[in-house]
Design a binder for this molecule. Structure first.
Ligand code: CDP
Ligand code: CDP
Length: 228
């Protein structure tokens, strides 16, 4: 069967990574969570004290970008690749609300984007890749055979993220998650470099009222048409 590139973009907590992982498993493709890379750079900036809620030393982050190594290492037990920052597993740490509150500021920086987009394009050279993020169909893989653009209501998305974080033991409130979801929607879609917009040829998908199974079933039907 021919190998294609699948680009999944959309707002926060719309189910992008869930469907991307399901597709990668079904097709035996590589899954790349591009958001995890922006989160890893953010975690690095936090650890270096380059960024906090009221402070951002952009200059020093840019100066030290070359020292940041991000890798994905497949975990057979989990069935997907975990993220490593300078050889340390940060899969859990990058998903905290604290990182979510700072990541969109870091993702606005063009030098950061340039570094990560180059690495993402390398990972997709041989096709057979499913990548999710904000600019995959518009910037990273503008020639992807299939582009999906996911959306759902902000309340639904915040509820899903709240459930996810509380389940893993994080102490958060629904209100702060909703605030963060709306805040990131705004910054991500209004920034100058690579804003979150639907690619002209992307298929729009609203899953506010779909279960994970229904969502996958509908999306896989679209995928099948591209594999012929
Ligand atoms: O999982 P969730 O949708 O909450 O976010 P994510 O995919 O982990 O992405 C975290 C943040 O990274 C986004 O809010 C964007 O600011 C940034 N991002 C980006 O700018 N470009 C991408 N291709 C992926 C993520
Ligand atoms: O990658 P993204 O931030 O877009 O979303 P995700 O991490 O795939 O999904 C966020 C949460 O919403 C996960 O816990 C999913 O299981 C859940 N979800 C859901 O319950 N129903 C959907 N139709 C889509 C996602």
């Amino acid at each position: 069967m021919k190998k294609i590139t699948i680009a999944i973009d959309g707002f926060s907590s719309t189910g992008k990574s869930t469907v991307a992982k399901q597709l990668a498993k079904k097709l035996a493709y590589v899954y790349v969570d591009s958001g995890a890379m922006y989160r890893a750079v953010t975690l690095y900036a936090m650890k270096q004290n380059f960024i906090s809620n009221d402070y951002f030393d952009v200059e020093n982050l840019i100066l030290t970008l070359d020292t940041i190594k991000i890798s994905f290492i497949y975990n057979a037990k989990l069935g997907f690749a975990e993220v490593y920052l300078n050889d340390v597993n940060v899969e859990h740490e990058i998903r905290t609300l604290q990182v979510s509150q700072l990541v969109s500021k870091v993702a606005e920086i063009s030098e950061v984007r340039k570094k990560l987009v180059e690495q993402q394009q390398q990972m997709g050279l041989n096709k057979g890749v499913v990548m999710d993020g904000r600019d995959i169909g518009t910037v990273v893989f503008p020639n992807a055979e299939l582009k999906l653009f996911m959306n759902a209501s902000a309340e639904k998305r915040a509820q899903r993220r709240y459930d996810e974080l509380t389940e893993r033991g994080d102490i958060v409130t629904f209100e702060e998650i909703l605030k963060n979801v709306k805040y990131r929607d705004h910054i991500d879609s209004t920034r100058e470099d690579s804003p979150l917009i639907k690619a002209e040829d992307a298929v729009e998908f609203d899953n506010s009222n779909l279960t994970l199974e229904e969502q996958f079933e509908q999306i896989y039907k679209i995928v099948e048409t591209k594999l012929k």
